[in-house]
Design a protein around this ligand. Structure first.
Ligand code: ZN
Ligand code: FE
Ligand code: FE
Ligand code: ZN
Length: 279
């Protein structure tokens, strides 16, 4: 490791129906890697049978209790934060806001996983919805996506924007010189800056067809230039993924001029310096 570990703030539990392991297992994995802090951020309930990739609202209290119990058990060895990955989708804001106010979250990640209308959504990161790419212009999809991410920042609901260019997951790329995409990207970053929320650097993209961290280093460099805080997340859906490629991500951050990582307690942000391991 070239860097001292930073908190990993993005990990799931089996309640979302596509993860394995109990919270204690994630904490043990983090300890083995020398982490001092993690945060669980399972997929939040959403209204009206949104999709099957999240806990039911009836499971929310067991999720919170399990995180609190692990936090207790690991006191003095590992700091365990209570987070949530909530979806951003227009029309669901009031539901999400109520959920966020009802519990003592340390931070909330806002993620865009769908485009389109509520009744006719495209789950662009779902392998079962890949055929939609055949009828979409890649440039349009990217612009629509970045507009949705900008709206998620403006909603004021979230502390962290999750995997900020998830639209590239399966490797669909607009032309490198696309002016429209460059403008949509910049508008997204300005919205994030304006809303004073953090962007997540996520190693999950390395495990997906695109084989690249979220977001692209160009986006991180621009975020650093305008002083947008950055948090780290592995998006672990199994204990073995905790802290995945953290050192590589910290290397990218250093290369982009980022000197500190965003941490959260009770939804207050505290910046923690990124430190190189001295030889
Ligand atoms: Zn997930
Ligand atoms: Fe996500
Ligand atoms: Fe996630
Ligand atoms: Zn995720």
């Amino acid at each position: 490791m070239r860097y001292h570990p930073v908190p990993d703030y993005h990990m799931h539990t089996p309640r979302c129906n596509h993860a394995i392991g109990i919270v204690d297992d994630y904490a043990e994995a983090a300890l083995l890697l020398g982490l001092k802090e993690i945060g669980m951020s399972d997929h939040s309930p959403m209204p009206d049978a949104f999709d099957e990739w999240r806990m039911d609202v009836s499971e929310l209290s067991s999720y919170i209790d399990e995180v609190k119990e692990t936090k207790q058990r690991f006191t003095g060895r590992l700091d365990v934060k209570l987070g949530l990955e909530a979806d951003y989708f227009p029309g669901t804001e009031a539901y999400v806001q109520e959920l966020l106010q009802a519990h003592p979250w340390d931070y909330v990640i806002g993620s865009v996983h769908y485009l389109g209308e509520l009744s006719d959504r495209w789950g662009f990161d779902n392998p079962d919805d890949l055929s939609e790419w055949e009828v979409r212009e890649v440039e349009d999809a990217y612009c629509e996506y970045f507009e949705m991410v900008a709206a998620s920042a403006r909603s004021g609901l979230f502390d962290i924007i999750g995997h900020p260019d998830l639209i590239k997951k399966f490797g669909h790329r607009p032309a490198l010189d696309s002016q429209r995409v460059a403008e949509a990207e910049e508008a997204m970053l300005q919205a994030v800056k304006e809303a004073d929320v953090a962007l997540e650097i996520s190693s999950a993209g390395l495990r997906k067809p695109v084989a690249e961290v979220y977001p692209h280093a160009r986006i991180i460099a621009r975020a650093a230039e305008i002083n947008i805080p950055i948090s780290f997340g592995s998006d672990a859906h199994a204990p073995g993924e905790v802290g995945h490629a953290m050192d590589d991500c910290l290397g990218i951050l250093e290369m982009c001029g980022v000197e500190a990582i965003a941490t959260f307690s009770g939804r207050k942000r505290v910046m923690q310096p990124i430190r190189r391991v001295s030889k």
